[in-house]
Design a protein around this ligand. Structure first.
Ligand code: FES
Ligand SMILES: [Fe+2]
Length: 323
């Protein structure tokens, strides 16, 4: 039994609203090195991530002994060692060493609050609960192109992640926000089609059904444009911030300096387009979007309406709970 995310966190004023019983992509796998803990604020919590016996571990970045941050500590034999008095905790949150009194039993209440975590598809995932995570791989798009040439950039943003998701489900902004880039040849009048199957919401233009975008709820998105694919993860930080992870894959040139140059060009172009989005998206008020919150949505907002409905049917506070 691991008690995690208990009422201490509520008392810190954090009441994180998330989609329940889902995996959230929160970090890129390469951000968590083999032998060093890293600190990351995600899902409204200050978290620490480290690698433990081939698995990734995620915990609240607070030592249960004297309430300091664990992330400046060390990884020792798959445990995280607190920098203050050297207590060690395994990936399930159990305390395995109290160096000041090695011959005494370890108090049962010395439990680090952890979140179920996985390292799959190139991302670190956190499970929201309240149920235990299901066995099997983290759901992801059916995509065979991870061996193609890919490029990534990471962009911290001052808006709630739900606004970041919606920006990527928004068709009518294209000819305005991106009038000198990807929306240049798009007329403002458009017929947006929305499809939904389980956690996947797909949008496309009725006259261009071959190019489409899809959200795999809660926070992974992809865009198909011909044979190239773009992926975005909208990692929640808190009510006012998120982080975009942008990846692009192309099958044309997959090795050598030319592939590297294509990756560089893709990064530059995608960042240029994303920053056009941010100039507008960062002017939303803080906090999540809501289905009924005074905004007047129109038919062309179909994918956004579907997303809000999907999310609100499944959302709730991240805590408290046990597993
Ligand atoms: S505060 Fe972490 S071991 Fe004492
Ligand atoms: Fe955009």
């Amino acid at each position: 039994m691991v008690l995690y995310l208990d009422c201490d966190i509520l008392s810190q004023g954090l009441n994180v609203n998330v989609v329940l019983d889902r995996w959230y992509a929160i970090l890129s796998s390469d951000e968590v090195p083999a032998n060093k803990p890293i600190a990351a604020r995600r899902l409204g919590l200050d978290l620490v991530a480290w690698r433990s016996a081939g698995q990734v571990a995620l915990a609240v970045d607070r030592c249960p002994h004297r309430d300091v941050r664990l992330s400046p500590g060390r990884v020792v034999d798959g445990t995280i060692e607190c920098p203050f008095h050297g207590f060690r905790y395994d990936g399930a949150g159990a305390c395995t060493a109290v160096p000041a009194q090695p011959d005494r039993p370890i108090p049962g209440s010395l439990v680090l609050r952890t979140l179920p975590a996985r390292d799959e598809h190139g991302f670190i995932w956190a499970w929201t609960g309240p149920s235990a995570p299901p066995p099997g791989p983290v759901p992801f798009f059916d995509f065979a192109g991870f061996g193609w040439a890919g490029s990534q950039f990471i962009e911290p943003v001052r808006c709630h992640y739900t606004r970041g998701v919606e920006n990527q489900l928004d068709f009518p902004h294209l000819p305005f926000v991106h009038r000198n880039s990807i929306g240049r040849s798009l007329p403002p009048a458009m017929d947006v089609v929305t499809e939904q199957e389980g956690d996947v919401i797909r949008g496309f233009l009725a006259n261009q059904p071959d190019g489409f975008l899809e959200l795999l709820g809660p926070n992974v998105w992809r865009l198909r444009l011909g044979p190239t694919w773009g992926f975005l993860v909208m990692a929640p930080v808190d009510d006012e911030q998120m982080v975009y992870y942008s990846r692009a894959y192309q099958p044309y040139v997959t090795r050598g300096p030319v592939a590297w140059l294509v990756g560089l060009a893709n990064r530059w172009a995608n960042r240029f387009v994303l920053r056009q989005d941010l100039a507008v998206a960062q002017t939303h008020p803080p906090g999540p979007s809501r289905l009924r919150a005074g905004e007047v949505l129109i038919a062309a907002d179909g994918p956004i309406i579907a997303y809000r409905r999907w999310r609100e049917e499944r959302s709730g506070p991240l805590l408290p709970r046990e597993t």
